[in-house]
Design a protein around this ligand. Sequence first.
Ligand code: UDP
Length: 330
Amino acid sequence: MKLFVTGGAGYVGSHCVRELCNAGHTVVVYDNLINGGHKEAVDTRAELVVGDLADDTLLERTLASGAFDAVLHYAALLDVNESVHEPLKYYQNNIANTVSLLALMRKNDIKKMVFSSTCATYGVPLSVPITEDMPQHPINPYGRTKLAIEWALRDSADAWGLGSTALRYFNASGAASDGTLGEDRDPEYHLIPLVLQVALGQREQIKIFGVDYPTPDGSCVRDYIHVEDLGSVHRMAIESQEEAVFRYYNVGTGVGVSVKELIVAAREISGKDILASPDVRREGDPPELYADPTKAMTELGWQPKYTDIRKTIETAWHWHSTHPNGYASV
Ligand code: UDP
């Protein structure tokens, strides 16, 4: 297939682009190289167009000239905490820019899309593991912007024949198994890279945001899904996508890991002390989120390879310890 990939230079996007190129697809990456995008992360077999989704002229020119079969849409802002304080930035980037993209897809008769959604659309779930039929009541602006796009995709299926899949990611984690791609964001705000920065001596300590949650050890529980497993599920979704349907899947391992457990695992793998201290809760954080990924496994035939947090952290540690300054280390 000929694929247009927004955000393909970012953390999740770059691992997916590699998977798509390995499968023989022709890939054009569209990325503004801000917010975690790096040109070094783009597979050499893919074409990179440096551009912003807000640049309608360049976006239209690129889409119109490409004869694309489908779009994979990763480009978005994803800092939950920032979204609470700067909601309009999130509504502009994640909703307005995506609606422009959809309008241009319609104009250019591109009727297949895979969309990076999030478990944050569920808010505080009624129970865990989370299944797709549970109500979506996001508790922060980030989750609300992603849910709004799910609605736009659902409405577009009937109205103009768009076929799309919303992949509701849990916590994207880890790095390429060969150590050549990984997480590189400035400022960093995700737990695993921050913990490993402490192990590398780049940060003094890790703060545990909340130790009084109603969870077994009081810290938040999350489902850390490896980026290469995200790569395979995106490939399977786009290859099986039909027009005029809207599908949605939880993409997680099915295993919940607490912040405290993760820090213990990182100490074992890195062999470093990793100073950690309890801190106040972070706004907008649900206590416990982990997936029931059965639907994606059954309907797409997907199987995550990484279900042990230690194996995931090992790949992240390989990346961070060999690239202490991210892609700038190369
Ligand atoms: N977290 C933490 N300390 C940090 C960063 C994150 O305790 O310095 C916690 C955060 O409250 C959440 C979990 O780690 O419960 C994962 O956070 P992250 O930002 O990586 O992903 P999110 O779940 O927000 O998408």
